[in-house]
Design a protein around this ligand. Sequence first.
Ligand SMILES: [Zn+2]
Length: 387
Amino acid sequence: MNINAKRAVALVTELMGIPGVSRDEKNIIEHLRKLLKQIGVPASAVKVDNVNRKTPGGGNSGNLIVKLSGTIKAPRRLLLAHVDTVPVCLGSKPVRKGKYIISADKNTGLGADDRAGVAVIFTALREIIENRLPHPPLTFLFCVQEEIGMRGVRYMSLSDLGKPAMGFNYDGGHRIVIGATGAYHLDIEIKGIPSHAGAAPQNGASAIVAASVAIAELQRGGWLGAVKKGGKTGTSNIGVIEAGNATNVVCPQATLRAEVRSHDPVFRKKIMAEIEKAFVKAAKVTKNVAGKSCVAKMTRIPEYESFRLPEKTEAVQAAVRAYRALKLKPELEIMNAGLDANWLVELGVPTVTLGNGAGNAHTTLERLDVAEFEICCRAALQIATGI
Ligand SMILES: [Zn+2]
């Protein structure tokens, strides 16, 4: 299945240059809406939902949704890509350098994550409309707020998508991602006992000391970083500590933020329980002269649930067929990161995540492999035409 590759590359270059960090997607959404009109998508098929009114912290745009009825009778297929980029991509100046597109400004990322995915699904849509290609009922979702916890998908109404039977998410490498990890945020609060650090340190119990004891204990026990116990694996990280504001006060308060991931929900719980235990215990043994202890409390906030699609799922099989048709090796993968697919699967739409040609996401070294991007566009067209 062929595409106008030159035009696809011009499109991705244009899209990567448009600012649009999470919650500030209005410009890119409006731009895409304009492009949809130009290629002849009827206004009645296009909608921007109000997900930004439901996501915590809001945002200036909802998701852009295009719904086409099919010319062939088959289950509805959903193609999606997120339009928001991470802050390092602000100011991206996409330029071609050999086989790659990079940002001419060395201090910015490119924004191929995920404007390359956006260009991939837009290209499939454009080829279908322009060449009047037969296709099953199709939904294209250009979603917002992926980078801050997949909120554009997490909080959307599934009914807006027209009941797709399967989803294809363009936001990854060249493998077919059929599963992803689940993650939790942890908020840990330690209350210490303040006292003058020079006049009466013995009357205080330091929240910083309690936190340090807990962290040292967890580190020693192998519960931080890559966690491997009894054949089970997961990861954990304490990424933020905020504590104290003066050197002459025994620290009264520490707040820590951490995360835990594992494909195995039971093991994920186990890691969280160990972290909680370490902080509660460390707080208890951190006392003042009167025997009063610090107190620790941990709150678990689910970020997304893990999933794994069986290989026989039609979404997986359709992706495999499309890759084979393009003489690509269909390699299946389980990822250690959260994806929009996690929430779509949760909402009941089996969704695979496929490539967009991008690499080194979220860094100033981000680049787009042009040849690979073109292949991704062809694979997307293959999938969108329902073969
Ligand atoms: Zn992404």
